[in-house]
Design a protein around this ligand. Structure first.
Ligand code: ZN
Length: 245
């Protein structure tokens, strides 16, 4: 993929967020990484999605510095360092989405993991989507964005969760992050995560003590679509979510 193609994908994937009703105003961002060229393309700070173009999307190096020669008229999203922390530590992740989608944010604000209550969840995530640990006062005051990303990384390491199998996390008191093989995949996960959180919030309102589905059932649904023994492999993983070319 060329840099231009990556820019186009990041721009279109950002525009997909309001279309799929997972953001209001500019409350969210998509980035994509080119690990060979060592660049990250990300939504600039504050710009409305309808004004985002390949001419003004931000292109930075792995340290977050603007790339000389790229136009970069705007500063990258303030969340860039969250994305950088995830890219640096999750090698399978090629794109990241952050939103404040309502039901996922409700779960994050309640400090609740999203249990696997049904096969919709199990088709995408191998187990609960975790709400990670809160930051310390020091971590909030200094390097807040980097520490927010690292809180996700530390949680996955400590709990031995494979980020390729659970490509999502809730940042406590904040909202959801999802990631994937490319921008479409990561946006797809963000939309699915919002939908399963919506189901979970409704279920917990009716039955606060309701339990996850049996592991044999969740494993069946996850591994028939993922891994070496997958036999249900025609999922589009979000490809084709935007206008067909
Ligand atoms: Zn946010």
């Amino acid at each position: 993929m060329t840099i231009q193609e990556l820019k186009e994908m990041v721009v279109e994937a950002n525009k997909e967020l309001p279309k799929r009703r997972v953001v209001l105003y500019s409350w969210g961002n998509v980035s994509g990484i080119d690990r060979e060229r060592e660049i990250i393309v990300i939504k600039p700070v504050g710009i409305p999605y309808e004004e985002l173009t390949v001419e003004n999307v931000s292109v930075v190096d792995f340290d977050g510095n603007k790339i000389p020669g790229e136009k970069n008229p705007l500063n990258p999203s303030v969340d860039l360092d969250i994305h950088r922390a995830l890219y640096e530590n999750f090698s399978s992740c090629n794109a990241i989405v952050h939103t404040h989608s309502t039901f996922a944010t409700v779960m994050a604000q309640l400090h609740r993991d999203v249990p696997c209550f049904g096969t919709t969840h199990a088709d995408y995530f191998a187990g609960s989507v975790p709400c990670v640990d809160a930051l310390s006062e020091e971590e909030i005051i200094h390097n807040y964005e980097w520490n927010t990303g690292m809180a996700i990384v530390k949680y996955f390491c400590e709990h031995k969760i494979d980020p390729a199998e659970v490509p999502a996390a809730l940042s406590v008191n904040h909202g959801p992050f999802t990631w994937g093989e490319d921008c479409w995949d990561a946006v797809h996960k963000a939309v699915v995560l919002e939908e399963i959180c919506k189901m979970a919030v409704h279920m917990l309102a009716i039955e606060p003590e309701w339990q996850p589905i049996p592991k044999v059932m969740s494993d069946k649904h996850y591994y028939r679509k993922h891994g070496a023994n997958a036999y249900f492999t025609n999922d589009d993983h979000g490809h084709g979510m935007v206008r067909s070319k």
